[in-house]
Design a protein around this ligand. Sequence first.
Ligand code: GRF
Length: 231
Amino acid sequence: MTLQIAALASGTGSNVDAILACIAQGKLDARVRMVLSNNPEANVLELARAKGIPVWAHSHKDYASREVFDRAMREAVDESGADTLVLAGYMRLLSPFFVRDFQGRMLNIHPAVLPSFPGVHSGRQAVDYGVRLAGATVHFVDEIMDNGPVIIQAVVPVNFADSEEDLMRRIHAMEHRIYPQALQWLAEGRLKVHGRRVDLLPAPESRGGLLASQGAGEQGPWMVSPALEGF
Ligand code: GRF
């Protein structure tokens, strides 16, 4: 069923852009009803406005508490007609009531292979730690930051010459594929949550395979699990 998306973002918006591109290409059965931000200066708002998408942009600093801010945002989400929340670089924890109300309908993307490197600066942490593999995770949101059931993960290599920016560029390229893919699976009703585990139900015409898929790019092969289906 067509997802009616409200996207929450605080920054650049490259993931929102990738989602919009996949919708435009007919790969993702969704519509972005609204983009919401706690940062009125965020680039993602320009991007949304340029595409005629309604925006809600207010600084959380102008509200008495997290809960008051989240209730105002929640009202806007309800009025937009959205049924699915997409966190795309939204840099604030959401109130428990918000998370509960959208359980199973709220996704987040994190630039690390969770549970490694939750929180901010995960690219910096990966480079400093000296890991040889890094990546990105799309997961359902629960009340703990970067913690909910994992839908899809992508792995990319880390080279010793990499700066944080080099690594983040590589990670972002995979994010732009796995986030629309996860949303398309949600639209197809193929994600079933069992505790911490998310089963991907087969597509009607499924080839039945999971695991490795070749990613294009200078460092391939990159691994994505479950395998991408056309993203
Ligand atoms: C992404 O790296 C995402 O994983 C993290 O915030 C970043 C947002 O980037 N949660 P963008 O604003 O979508 O370009």
